[in-house]
Design a binder for this molecule. Structure first.
Ligand code: AMP
Length: 112
């Protein structure tokens, strides 16, 4: 069971932003931006490689609700999903990092 499944099950608390029957958005415990929210499907899918188009379509609509709820839709934000080892994914449960609340930096992320 991933830590995110435990959050969905209510075994671990989270600072919830929004949820519906299928998706949950909550604040990242270790934020790297003024606003750093994780958006997950409640049913565990390992990563972006394994998610269906049907779930992604609904996840897109849910994510748009979250950005409006947080007032990020007009100001801008970044949406990131890490995949696998090179992507730096730590939790094997698909999640999108919603980052915003200020001007975000951008640069060369690759380390040899
Ligand atoms: P990733 O490296 O893409 O798998 O991201 C995992 C994210 O989950 C990291 O940004 C962590 O800070 C975050 N995280 C881990 N445990 C928790 C938790 N209990 N509540 C909120 N965020 C968490």
């Amino acid at each position: 069971m991933t830590i995110f499944e435990k959050i969905v099950a209510g075994e671990i608390p989270c600072n919830k932003v929004l949820e519906n029957d299928e998706f949950l958005a909550f604040h990242d415990i270790n934020p790297i931006a003024p606003i750093h929210v994780l958006i997950i499907p409640k049913q565990c899918v390992k990563d972006f490689e394994e998610v269906s188009g049907e779930i992604m379509a609904k996840l897109t609509l849910f994510t748009q609700e979250v950005t409006k709820h947080l007032g990020l839709d007009k100001k801008g934000y970044r949406l990131v999903t890490n995949i696998g080892n090179d992507g730096g994914q730590e939790v094997p449960h698909l999640h999108f990092h919603l980052l915003g609340g200020g001007k975000l930096s951008w640069g060369n992320l690759a380390k040899k």
